[in-house]
Design a protein around this ligand. Structure first.
Ligand code: ATP
Length: 255
């Protein structure tokens, strides 16, 4: 079966700096894929190219067999690709329900926005349940915890009914207990969607990842199960080598 998302020979150059080099990356429909790599590895740049935010120097990206490159961001959203950002995009003064309703309105005719409704539509109610936010439906988004805010953002994508969700560090700054719930939510979302997660947290990966793609300095370093990538000497060098040099720097500064 051909992949849902296919990236071939991707090259991204920023003012002469090669941020991504000859990258091949593909994701099958229904996968929950994790992408890791040290700072500057090119993870966000890859997502930016898929979503039309960054224009690569060369390469191809197809989604469900259709070329993405050259399309505007909103067209790519309409093709069924949704993303979250490292920084939150919820409206803090609106409630959880209102945020979801607004996100869902993207798919509805404008007239339905103008109609006053007593209850939230079924798709919003469904997502409130899936994300575990039903009890917080009338809570202002601005007072949510980090984890709850992440669930809301994932919910805001889900109501737009994308086929592919790209999530940028969904457990950054999230408490341990909420991480667990976020992981369970990702697994649940992946039952009906294809999900790509950029994540640094190794503990979280060990718990929830199946296939992991490792990027380093804009290139594909390796791909495999969590155990396989952890055992790969190149991955160890990239992560541990970095940790060692950071330790050395700390010693140099201290000494
Ligand atoms: N708009 C830009 N202009 C110039 N350089 C950029 C731009 N965006 C990214 N870069 C550079 O490209 C490289 C890859 O950045 P990218 O943000 O994709 O890495 P990342 O793997 O997502 O890292 P992090 O984990 O820190 O978010 C970095 O060296 C970064 O400084």
């Amino acid at each position: 079966m051909s992949p849902l998302l296919e990236v071939r020979g991707l090259n991204v150059v920023f003012d002469g700096f090669r941020a991504v080099t000859d990258l091949d990356f593909s994701v099958a429909a229904g996968e929950l894929r994790f992408v890791i790599g040290p700072n500057g590895a090119g993870k966000t740049t890859l997502v930016d190219c898929i979503t039309g935010r960054t224009k690569p120097a060369s390469g191809r990206i197809t989604f469900d067999g259709q070329e993405i490159l050259g399309r505007r961001e909103h067209r790519i959203v309409r093709m069924g690709i949704g993303r979250t950002f490292q920084t939150s995009v919820v409206f803090e003064e609106l409630t959880v329900g209102e945020n979801l309703d607004l996100a869902a309105s993207f798919r509805r005719p404008l007239v339905s926005l103008l109609r006053r409704r007593r209850a939230y539509p079924d798709d919003v109610v469904q997502v409130l349940e899936t994300t575990g936010l039903s009890d917080l439906v009338d809570r202002k988004a601005g007072v949510l915890s980090h984890g709850q805010r992440q669930w809301l953002e994932i919910g805001m994508l889900m109501v737009q009914q994308p086929r592919l969700l790209l999530l940028d560090e969904p457990v950054a700054g999230v408490s341990k207990s909420e991480r667990e719930r976020t992981g369970e939510l990702l697994v649940e979302v992946a039952r009906t969607h294809t999900v790509v997660v950029i994540e640094h947290d190794m503990e979280f990966l060990r718990r929830f990842a199946t296939v992991v793609t490792v990027l380093h300095e804009g290139r594909l370093l390796c791909e495999g199960s969590v155990a396989e990538v952890q055992a790969d000497p190149r991955v160890q060098e990239v992560y541990l080598g970095r940790a060692r040099s950071e330790q050395r720097e700390a010693v140099d500064v201290d000494g």
